[in-house]
Design a protein around this ligand. Structure first.
Ligand code: C2O
Ligand code: CU
Length: 495
């Protein structure tokens, strides 16, 4: 493969992606940042300079497995120390499989300040997908808040709790539209004619086939993306699907069709269940598993703070990254007791507000035996308000998993596994857990390293909705010193 070298400067800049001026984190002046375009087998080198002045940073390559380079996964506290203001850090990894991936900040809640972009990995020369297209386009969907990530993080961790609430805008490829006439907007902050908030327009040529790579990096929202029947010109909310040579500034002539209601989860569950691997592209999972971990997702009060917990443990990131702590036996770096593999099934009522859950916070992790097959069942439940259960998109670093089952209600260990799809399940790295439901996934613990597994809703992970897996770290050679320098690794000097 070839080497693709990128030089990035990460910085706060005033931007008006939805016409409202606020600080955004940019890469080389842009948000979304530059796309990484590569071919299978290429080596990506990103030289990142942190010019944020007062904030650390780390960047995660979402969906890239980092086989042999777990230290460049970019999850702060898990695989590396944060990159300090003024410092540079070099990420170097191989994109070993074709596909559509994303990258985004993995420090605090910086992702929603705009630090993200897309990665497109094409097939090797001479190979092609089983479908034809004339053009290939990437579109990133995101939601956008006018409050700073600091303000949001402070609210989430204070007593009384301050929720981030709904985003102010939805961004399509970094463009959105806030109503500048909304009450309470300070004069001069919002300018509807600012060219920075000109809606994203995709100009297309009739009869040509477009491949759209849609990625969602929303902080909170679950979005549906549609492009109505071929003769329609409107796709969704702010996007303009424009037939050349119409002027891209002209508004679409029809209003967007109504989609399912935001809280109507039935179509989403049905869609999840309907997805199967395509014939000819089926990679069946191992037919049995060595370990089953059931993860009950709950919302609790811990010392007066609202937190998310998995089996009554709310996750906290340590100051010393696990990868370094485990490799160098820094035994005080994190809680040595692992979180539990399950919870009390018999007595737990997922439909009511949990009264006495005794949840605690911990930095403990799951240690997986190398090359074993692991089943994870994510069990959803009622939150702290009655008759309420939310959707959680869980993302696993370092692996793809097979989604072997979905169900409503409480997972039944004896009955439900019999209905797993072990024939043609799809492989993913992010999967939804629907309200009051469960999702079962299976993966091979075959990638030496330490890997985060967490809800991708920015505020949920911040509030403890995640776990960490370790597998095969004894197989790893020496770690690059560039990932060190924080917590108990302070004496381990960076070059
Ligand atoms: Cu895309 Cu740990 O996240
Ligand atoms: Cu969540």
């Amino acid at each position: 493969g070839r080497v693709r070298h990128y030089k990035w400067e990460v910085k706060y800049e005033f931007k008006s992606p939805d016409c409202y001026k606020k600080l955004a984190i940019t890469i080389n002046g842009r948000t979304p940042g530059p796309s990484i375009i590569a071919q299978q087998g290429d080596t990506i080198i990103v030289e990142l300079k942190n010019s944020l002045i007062t904030e650390n940073v780390a960047v995660h390559w979402h969906g890239i497995r980092q086989v042999g380079t777990p230290w460049f996964d970019g999850s702060e506290g898990v695989t590396q120390c944060p990159i300090l203001p003024g410092d540079s850090f070099v990420y170097k990894f191989v994109v070993d499989r074709p596909g559509t991936y994303l990258y985004h900040a993995h420090y605090g809640m910086q992702r929603e300040a705009g630090l993200y972009g897309s990665i497109r990995v094409s097939l090797p020369d001479g190979e092609s997908e089983p479908f034809w297209y004339d053009y290939d386009r990437s579109i990133i969907l995101a939601d956008w808040y006018h409050a700073s990530t600091y303000e949001q993080a402070a609210g989430l961790s204070s007593i009384p709790f301050v929720w981030v609430r709904e985003p102010q805008s939805i961004l399509i490829q970094g463009k959105g539209r806030f109503d500048c006439n909304a009450p309470g907007i300070q004069a001069g902050l919002c300018n509807a004619t600012n060219p920075e908030c000109t809606p994203y327009a995709l100009t297309v040529i009739p009869q040509k086939i477009y491949r759209l790579r849609i990625g969602s990096l929303t902080a909170l929202s679950a979005l549906s993306f549609e492009i109505e029947g071929h003769n329609m010109t409107v796709v969704e909310a702010d996007a303009i699907f424009n037939y050349y040579p119409n002027h891209p500034r002209r508004n679409p002539p029809t209003v967007p069709p109504p989609g399912p209601r935001w809280n109507d989860t039935e179509p989403r569950l049905a869609q999840s269940i309907a997805m199967k691997s395509h014939k000819g592209y089926i990679h069946p999972p191992p037919q049995t598993s060595d370990r089953v971990i059931v993860m009950l997702n709950t919302q609790n009060l811990i010392n007066g703070n609202v937190r998310w917990s998995i089996n009554n443990i709310s996750y906290n990131l340590p100051h010393t990254p696990y990868l370094i702590a485990l490799k160098y036996n820094l035994t005080h770096a994190f809680d040595p007791s692992p979180p539990p593999d399950g919870y009390n099934f018999v007595n737990y009522d997922i439909y009511s507000v949990a009264k006495n859950v005794n949840a605690t916070t911990s930095t403990g992790i799951y240690r997986l035996k190398f090359n074993t097959t692991v089943d994870i069942i994510l069990q959803n439940a009622n939150i702290r308000t009655p008759n309420n259960s939310e959707t959680h998109p869980w993302h696993l670093h370092g692996h793809d998993f097979w989604v072997v089952g979905y169900g409503k209600g409480k997972f039944d260990k004896t009955k439900d596994p019999k209905n797993y799809n072990l024939v043609n399940p799809i492989r993913k790295n992010t999967v939804a857990v629907h309200p009051y439901g469960w999702t079962a996934l299976r993966f091979r613990a075959d990638n030496p390293g330490v890997w985060a597994f967490h809800c991708h809703i920015e505020s949920h992970f911040f509030m403890g909705m995640g776990v960490v897996f370790e597998e095969g770290i004894e197989k790893l050679g020496s770690l690059p010193t560039s990932i060190m320098g924080c917590g108990d690794t302070k004496g381990f000097h960076r070059p």
